[in-house]
Design a protein around this ligand. Structure first.
Ligand SMILES: C[S@@+](CC[C@H](N)C(=O)[O-])C[C@H]1O[C@@H](n2cnc3c(N)ncnc32)[C@H](O)[C@@H]1O
Length: 292
């Protein structure tokens, strides 16, 4: 996602179809752009691009949240599983996981990771996008999504309806979502005099974000905007900022240069990230909802 590469350019653009290409709706074309972008990074996604220390720190927050919300032994659905780091971790913790992703290369990585870890019986990796959830059978106890797959959903309202169908009553949603207000990002890009980049999260609707010379179509959300879409079927259990004081993961080199100061900032995230006002900001937010 956008955090993956600090040198990427954000482009604000209208969609152009190649002459002679078959007609496609805007969202179909956007979905394919996003798929190609993630396919292109799947081979090295477990390195600094997708799994550096700052990402791992946020990952732990989601792991602990899922573990405390959904009892081990339950059935989990991972939306946008990437290379399967979370799915394999939850399998090791005793869950049955259906891990889904829109990028076929990511799904292959998940399958390979589960096999290498010896948990292939606990992890089913499926090439299913969040816009195709009607293809899945229900009966899940929890659904999680880590690091912004839901920011790529063309229709978040449809995802909410499908999650309600797929979850048992009382089941939990635990999502980490890219937020709208990231003070570090605004400060960093204003300092670099990249004004457009500094303001990218203010955009409404699908925004083109560059990664690896491809485009990811991304929607940014405030936690309350996000929850509104789920409110008909889910109660809000809580939400918190992730990487508000700590720099966002694409500033990992800054983190390496100022590690002890940044670690202190990370402790501020842990202590104050759920406070009203602060919880509406950060690189991502973690939101927990419950099926009515
Ligand atoms: C930033 S990665 C996060 C991957 C993984 N959750 C993790 O924690 O490492 C975002 C993932 O969302 C997936 N994705 C993007 N659009 C999607 C869609 N429409 N449906 C399902 N997955 C999607 C990408 O293929 C990619 O694997």
């Amino acid at each position: 996602m956008p955090y993956a590469d600090p040198v990427e350019t954000v482009v604000s653009r209208t969609l152009k179809l190649e002459a002679g290409s078959p007609p496609a709706t805007l969202s179909e074309t956007q979905l394919l752009d996003t798929q190609r972008a993630f396919d292109s990074v799947a081979p090295d996604y477990d390195g600094p691009r997708g799994n550096n220390e700052l990402i791992q720190r946020m990952r732990l927050t989601l792991w602990n949240s899922v573990s405390s919300e959904v009892p081990a032994g339950s059935r989990l659905l991972d939306l946008g599983c990437g290379t399967g780091i979370d799915a394999v971790e939850f399998a090791r913790r005793g869950y049955q996981v259906v891990a889904s992703d829109w990028s076929p290369r990511m799904v292959e990585r998940t399958q390979a990771r589960a096999t290498a870890a010896g948990v292939q019986a606990q992890v089913a990796a499926l090439h299913v996008g969040v816009h195709q959830l009607d293809r899945l059978e229900g009966g899940f106890d929890g659904i999680y999504s880590n690091f912004g797959p839901l920011n790529c959903a063309p229709d978040l309202g449809d995802v909410a309806v499908q999650c309600a169908r797929l979850l048992q009553p009382g089941g939990k949603l635990v999502f980490s979502v890219i937020g709208r207000i990231c003070p570090w990002e605004v400060g960093y890009y204003l300092f670099k005099r990249r004004i457009k980049r500094a303001c990218v999260r203010a955009a409404r609707g699908a925004t083109a974000v560059g990664m690896n010379r491809h485009t990811i179509w991304t929607h940014y959300y405030l936690p309350r905007e996000f929850y509104r879409t789920f409110a008909a079927h889910f109660t809000l259990n809580g939400y918190r900022a992730m990487s508000l004081f700590m720099p966002p993961p694409y500033l990992v080199e800054f983190y390496h240069r100022h590690q002890s100061a940044c670690d202190r900032l990370g402790r501020l995230d842990d202590r104050f990230g759920a406070l009203p006002g602060l919880r509406d900001m950060g690189d991502h937010f973690l939101i927990v909802m419950q099926r009515r």
